[in-house]
Design a protein around this ligand. Structure first.
Ligand SMILES: [Zn+2]
Length: 392
């Protein structure tokens, strides 16, 4: 085993990172890992961090000297604690923030300037380096330009274009690709004990998004929600159905966003209250209200963003269905994404022309753009579902 086991379908990226971890001549102190959502950026970043800290099992002996890297054996303490996120010389700025603030970046820079306590390096992973205002990025820039010799920055973003050119030019870029569905399925079988056929169907349906594939493979509710989304294509017969379907899609996204947020919001609130020294059930002193309000506003923004992400995902799912329809209509020799909806795909293919399918895919694309541009979700989706109805 090694720390790279869970970095699926990325042999080129792994080769570069592994070499950097073991060969000082190939090492540099600022990295930019890019790849589409679900390609495993943060998994790759942690694996790299572990490989950098790895001492090999020999390093665990009491009084053992700091050793050159074991390359990410996956067994030593440095490896396991880094992968678990508890290594004292690893800092991870995780992904669920809407924006990374300038204060957070200043704290990171302070952390980055300290010598590592036990590890070979101090590693700072920023999972969404694209979620920074320009002013914040400029603060970071200085730190990346002249890092202390034992500090390594690992920035992650969807693409190199998502970070400022000034940052990009100072980092070595590593590009992750969309992993093959078979590799994602293997991971689900190996690590999560999923049945091979379920794993492969989930990996295809998720279009190799590792996290989504895992959720589809393990959570029947997630599968049902996805099926309901795809069913929209079959159900819409007229404008009335279309409007109803748009409303349902928005409601499902809202419900999912609320479900995802509820637990985390409560934990954050409890932590804040503890930090402020307020007991459960006490009335909040007026001077503390603004801090609680701030947290509530952040949580509300995050919920809105998550709802949009869920909706966008639903549209990517629908798009994959029409992509399958087009595959059948053109007689192309490629696998369907939605193998479990093959019957519906064939019916839709028989009842429409390739031109109509392309127009429908365009309508879905337009709706995605409008959502991204902050058009009210219901408006964007109604225009889309109306365009999906059967055309005489
Ligand atoms: Zn190790």
């Amino acid at each position: 085993m090694s720390v790279w086991d869970d970095v699926v379908g990325q042999p080129d990226a792994v080769a570069v990172l592994e070499r950097a971890a073991t060969d000082p001549a190939a090492m540099t102190h600022a990295w930019l890992l890019t790849g589409p959502p679900g390609s495993g950026r943060s998994v790759a970043a942690r694996a790299f961090a572990a490989a950098l800290q790895c001492t090999g099992p020999e390093g665990d002996a009491p009084g053992a000297p700091r050793r050159p890297s074991g390359g990410g054996c996956g067994r030593c303490r440095a490896c396991t604690t880094t992968l678990a996120g508890t290594h004292p010389d690893l800092t991870v700025v995780a992904t669920d923030k809407v924006v990374i603030t300038i204060d957070e970046v200043r704290d990171l820079i302070t952390t980055a300037s300290r010598t590592p306590s036990t590890g070979r390096f101090r590693v700072i992973v920023v999972e969404d380096a694209d979620r920074m205002a320009e002013r914040t990025t400029n603060v970071l820039l200085k730190a990346i330009e002249e890092p202390p010799p034992h500090t390594v920055w690992v920035l992650c973003a969807p693409s190199a274009q998502d970070v400022l050119p000034t940052i990009r030019s100072r980092c070595r870029g590593v590009v992750l690709r969309v992993p093959p569905a078979g590799d994602v399925a293997d991971l689900l079988v190996r690590r999560d004990g999923v049945e091979p056929d379920v794993a492969l169907a989930a990996a295809r349906a998720a279009q190799s998004h590792v996290g989504l594939a895992r959720r589809l493979a393990r959570d029947p509710d997630a599968r049902r929600r996805r099926d309901a989304t795809l069913d929209v294509a079959r159900r819409i017969r007229g404008v009335g159905d279309a409007v109803l379907a748009a409303g349902e899609l928005v409601d499902v996204a809202k419900a999912e966003a609320v479900a995802a947020a509820a637990e985390r919001d409560a934990v954050e609130r409890a932590e804040l209250m503890r930090g402020l020294g307020v007991q459960e059930g006490d009335t909040l002193p007026p001077r503390l209200r603004s801090q609680v309000k701030q947290l509530e506003d952040d949580q509300k923004r995050r919920a809105t963003r998550h709802q949009r992400d869920v909706l966008d995902r639903a549209m990517v799912d629908l798009l994959s269905l029409y992509r399958d329809v087009l595959v059948v209509q053109l007689g192309a020799e490629v696998e369907l994404v939605n193998t479990q909806h093959a019957a519906a795909v064939r019916t839709l293919a028989a009842d429409s022309t390739p031109e109509q399918t392309v127009r429908r895919m365009d309508a879905i694309g337009t709706a995605r753009e409008r959502l991204e541009g902050n058009v009210a979700p219901l408006l964007a989706l109604e225009a889309m579902t109306v365009a999906l109805r059967p055309q005489g």
